[in-house]
Design a protein around this ligand. Structure first.
Ligand code: SIN
Length: 489
C-alpha cells in the first residue's frame, strides 16, 4: 500500500526564484484522511504579493513578444513533464486533498490536457482585416494579451483548475500570479515546478501561498498592473470579487457555485443513467461544482433507479485515498462533513427516506479524518436544504417527477446555472430539453462533461466567462480595432 506524503516543504515562486515569505512565516498542510501533517508552505504577506506582481509585470513585455510557437512549445513541454511526474503529483494531491489516488492521477492527466490544448490555441489568436466603410481607410482588428493576470484556484481540483487558467493565459502572452487554496498549495507548487522546468522565463508565472486570501485579493485588486483575475470558488466570494473589481473595472472570469439537476426520464437507458449519476455525484466525494445536487426521476422508473443506485452505492469503499480499493476519500475538512450531515438530517426530519448511508465515520481506520458515507435519500421535496443549497458532499437526493414540462421547470428553478444532466433515448426530447435547460453546460446521456476542448462555465449566479475550448483564450485577450485612414484605393 502507498504511504501518504509527509514532510513536503514548498516555497513561493517569485521572478524565477523559490523563496520564503519575507516574514519567514509558514503554515501547515494537513491530510484530511488522517488529520496528520503533510508538509508546509510560506505564509506570504503584502510585500510578497507585491513582489510577485512586480515580477509578472517585468516579465510581460518579453513573454508577449515571443513568437506564439515558442510559447506553445513551452506549454507542450510542461504538459509532458506533468505527465512524467504524474504519480508523484497524484500522491501529494491525495495526501493534501483526499481524493483517491486513481482520481488524483486522472486529474493530473486532465491538468496536462489544458496545456496541450492551449499550446494549439496559442498559434490561432488571429485578428481580422475588415472591409472598410470608407474605401480610403483600412480596418484592422488585433487580439492582444490582456497583460498581468491572477488566478485564484480552489482546493477541489488543485492541479486542473490552475492549468485551465494558466494554459490560456500563457498561450495568449499574459503573465500570472497564482494563489492556490490554502488547503492544497503543495500540488500547485509541483505544477509550477513543471512549468518552470519546461523553460518558462522567470516571472511569467509566480506562486503566492498564503492563509490570508482576503489580503492577497486586496493586493491584486488594488494594483492597476493586474488587468484580469480568474477565480473558481463559491458564489458568495465571487460576488465580493465583483464588488472589488468595480473600482478599477478589472476584468474577471468567475466559475462559481452550482446546484446541478440530474433528470432521468422513463425512456432512459437505466444502467447508463445510474452509472452517469454515480460518476457525476460521487466523483471527488461529491466535491465538484458540476456534480449532481438534485436528482429528478420520472415516475415510471423511479423505484428501479432508487434500487439500482442504492445497490451500487452500498458497495462503495470509504477510506484514505492512498488505499487501492477506496472509491470515496475524506471530505476536505470537518465543516464539509457537518454540511453533508446537516443536509441529510434536515431532509430526513422533513420526510425523506434514508436509503443508504447518512453516517459520519470517525473511528478505527477513519479516526482523525473527515469521512462521510455515500448517501442516498429518496422522497426529497423542494423545502429541504438539499433542494436549495449546494451540498458539496457524497449525498444523492432523489425526487419524483411526472412530466417533461415539470422536470424542466424544477431543474431551472434555482439561482445557479453551471451544469445540468439528463438521460433519455428519445432524440426529439433530447434536443428540446437541452435547449430549455438554463445552464452553461449540459450533459445529455453522460454524467461526465469535463474536457479541455470544451467551454466550461455557468450562467446566472454560477458566474461568467468560459474556461477551456476555443473560446477559453478570449478571456486573456483584448480586442483592439485600428482604423488606418488615408490609405487610398
Ligand atoms: C469543478 O468542480 O469546479 C470543476 C470540475 C471539472 O472541471 O470537471
Amino acid at each position: 500500500m502507498a504511504v501518504a506524503a509527509t514532510g513536503v516543504e514548498e516555497r513561493l515562486l517569485i521572478g524565477g526564484e523559490w523563496v520564503e515569505a519575507s516574514s519567514g512565516n509558514r503554515f501547515d498542510v494537513i491530510d484530511p484522511g488522517t488529520g496528520e501533517l503533510v508538509g508546509s508552505v510560506p505564509d506570504a504577506g503584502e510585500t510578497d504579493v507585491r513582489a510577485a506582481i512586480d515580477a509578472a509585470a517585468a516579465a510581460l513585455e518579453g513573454w508577449k513578444a515571443l513568437p506564439a510557437l515558442h510559447r506553445a512549445r513551452i506549454l507542450r513541454r510542461a504538459a509532458d513533464l506533468i505527465r512524467e511526474r504524474r504519480d508523484m503529483i497524484a500522491l501529494v494531491m491525495t495526501s493534501e486533498q483526499g481524493k483517491p489516488l486513481a482520481e488524483a492521477a486522472g486529474e493530473v492527466e486532465y491538468a496536462a490536457s489544458f496545456f496541450e490544448w492551449f499550446a494549439g490555441e496559442a498559434e490561432r489568436v488571429y485578428g481580422q482585416i475588415v472591409p472598410p466603410m470608407n474605401p480610403a481607410n483600412r480596418v484592422l482588428v488585433l487580439r492582444q494579451p490582456v497583460g498581468v493576470t491572477a488566478a485564484i484556484t480552489p482546493w477541489n481540483f488543485p492541479a486542473a483548475m490552475m492549468t485551465r487558467k494558466l494554459g490560456p493565459a500563457m498561450a495568449a502572452g499574459c503573465t500570472s500570479i497564482v494563489k492556490p487554496a490554502s488547503a492544497t498549495p503543495l500540488t500547485a507548487a509541483l505544477i509550477l515546478r513543471a512549468i518552470e522546468d519546461a523553460g518558462t522565463p522567470p516571472g511569467v508565472v509566480n506562486l503566492i501561498t498564503s492563509r490570508s486570501a482576503g489580503m492577497v485579493a486586496q493586493e491584486l485588486f488594488s494594483d492597476r498592473r493586474v488587468r484580469k483575475i480568474s477565480f473558481t470558488g463559491s458564489t458568495e466570494v465571487g460576488k465580493d470579487l465583483i464588488r472589488a473589481s468595480a473600482d478599477q473595472v478589472k476584468r474577471l472570469s468567475l466559475e462559481l457555485g452550482g446546484h446541478a439537476p440530474y433528470l432521468i426520464f422513463d425512456d432512459a437507458d437505466l444502467d447508463e443513467a445510474v452509472d452517469g449519476l454515480i460518476a457525476s455525484k460521487f466523483r471527488n466525494a461529491g466535491q465538484t461544482c458540476v456534480c449532481a445536487n438534485r436528482t429528478y426521476v420520472q415516475s415510471g422508473v423511479y423505484d428501479a433507479v432508487v434500487a439500482k443506485l442504492a445497490a451500487k452505492v452500498t458497495k462503495m469503499v470509504v477510506g484514505h485515498g492512498i488505499r487501492d480499493d477506496v472509491t470515496i476519500g475524506p471530505l476536505i475538512d470537518g465543516r464539509a462533513v457537518d454540511k453533508a450531515d446537516e443536509h441529510v438530517r434536515d431532509a430526513v426530519a422533513k420526510g425523506a427516506r434514508l436509503v443508504v448511508g447518512g453516517e459520519r465515520l470517525d473511528s478505527g481506520e477513519h479516526a482523525g479524518g473527515s469521512f462521510y458515507t455515500p448517501t442516498v435519500l429518496e422522497g426529497v421535496t423542494p423545502e429541504m436544504l438539499i433542494s436549495t443549497e449546494e451540498t458539496f458532499g457524497p449525498v444523492a437526493g432523489i425526487t419524483r417527477f411526472e412530466t417533461e414540462e415539470e422536470a424542466i421547470r424544477v431543474a431551472n428553478d434555482t439561482v445557479y446555472g453551471l451544469a445540468a444532466y439528463f438521460h433519455t433515448r428519445d432524440y426529439a426530447r433530447l434536443l428540446r430539453v437541452a435547449e430549455k435547460l438554463e445552464y452553461g453546460i449540459v450533459g445529455a446521456n453522460s454524467g461526465i462533461i469535463s474536457a479541455a476542448n470544451a467551454p466550461f462555465g455557468g450562467v446566472k449566479e454560477s458566474g461568467y466567462g468560459r474556461e477551456g475550448g476555443a473560446v477559453g483564450i478570449d478571456e486573456y485577450v483584448d480586442v483592439k480595432y485600428v482604423l488606418v485612414g488615408g490609405v487610398g484605393t
